[in-house]
Ligand binder design. Structure first.
Ligand code: SF4
Ligand code: SF4
Ligand code: SF4
Length: 329
């Protein structure tokens, strides 16, 4: 009997949401199973690492690799899956741009661990223990893999064939990609697939009137008009600096786009694109005759209405951004 091509879904520093997106293929999973041998997915099945190590090189047709690279174990698995796969796909925003795990690059590991295990009101840790190294249990020793100094995205460690954006990728787009692969219609290597080439604004039905805004508001402060552009209502909607393809589910639900599909085609840095876009909607009043100092004060007053702009603008792409993380590390 002819063997089906092997499909693997691996998670590194991941929340599990990308696996849920695969499960959300629903009945299409039966089509995937009919066409492919879904043989490795630590979240769903019990295939062991040694089973993968024993495969010949390139034995797996496609690996959808999700999660950022946060630990030495993540690095080891990235190399193993690269070696054993014909196509390695950075699946989801963590693997593509670092996403939430990479926000750790704004701080240092010791500061981060301290805030999690010591300086944390919801943790009872009188001995001030920060988990690390090897701990003996009756069942055997347990070893925690060391953290990397900086969180990386997949392509910063191994060669990546394709990128699928999204936090997580939308199931209809995952299916589009699988159908394309199964049909043997491989896009050019290095492409970002399962998405569009424009922006979320291009898919959003809300009306834009090129209004300027004097301050930003938070989602909980008011109920936005359901048909008017959220950015023009003072909500920080990233649609203007975000690749389309998701179908704009967030703005349809009256919530701003947070930018999970990353930068649009041809844009290198999503956060920088958003900063430039904000310049066109920011209203600081008539500046004629004002000194640079007063203009600067007005701009700063406007910016204080944006909470945590580095965390907002680089939530999904910090590891792949020009900024990269905290300056001077
Ligand atoms: S891309 Fe989003 S859904 Fe997928 S693992 Fe990362 S945080 Fe979770
Ligand atoms: S900024 Fe947001 S709400 Fe406005 S058109 Fe773009 S995606 Fe829609
Ligand atoms: S609207 Fe924005 S945040 Fe929502 S799924 Fe699409 S890209 Fe992601």
């Amino acid at each position: 009997m002819k063997q089906k091509p092997k499909l693997a879904v691996y998670w590194a520093a991941s929340c599990g949401g990308c696996e849920i997106a695969v499960v959300n293929l629903h009945e299409k999973l039966l089509d995937v199973d009919a066409a492919m041998d879904f043989m490795f997915c630590p979240c769903l099945m019990d295939t062991k690492k040694k089973d993968i190590e024993s495969l010949p090189d390139r034995a797996i047709a496609i690996t959808l690799f999700n999660g950022a690279l946060r630990t030495e174990e993540n690095i080891e698995m990235a190399h193993l899956m690269r070696k054993k796969s014909q196509l390695l796909v950075a699946f989801g925003s963590c693997a593509k741009g670092g996403c939430i795990p990479a926000l750790a690059n704004f701080t240092k590991n010791n500061e981060l661990l301290h805030s999690i295990y010591i300086d944390n009101h919801s943790v009872d840790n009188p001995a001030g223990i920060i988990p690390s190294g090897t701990t003996a249990f009756p069942e055997g020793d347990m070893q925690l893999t060391p953290l990397l100094e900086r969180v990386k995205h997949l392509a910063q460690e191994v060669e990546v064939d394709y990128y699928i954006p999204g936090c997580p990728p939308e199931p209809h787009q995952i299916w589009n990609v699988i159908e394309t692969f199964l049909a043997g219609e491989l896009p050019s290597k290095g492409s970002t697939i399962g998405c569009g080439t424009l922006t979320v604004c291009d898919d959003c039905d809300r009306t834009k009137e090129e209004k300027r805004i004097t301050a930003f508001r938070r989602n909980y402060e008011f109920y936005p008009e359901p048909e008017v552009c959220l950015l023009e209502q003072g909500l920080l909607c990233m649609g203007i600096a975000t690749r389309n393809g998701c179908g704009a589910p967030c703005t349809k639900a009256n919530m701003p786009c947070t930018g999970c599909y990353g930068a649009p085609e041809g844009v290198g840095d999503q956060g920088a694109k958003m900063v430039a876009a904000l310049g066109s909607v920011m209203d600081i009043g008539d500046t004629a005759g004002l000194s640079e100092e007063v203009i600067s004060e007005r701009v700063n007053a406007f910016l204080t209405t944006i909470p945590d702009y580095s965390g907002l603008f680089y939530k999904y792409t910090l590891a792949s951004s020009i900024l990269g993380g905290r300056v001077g590390r």
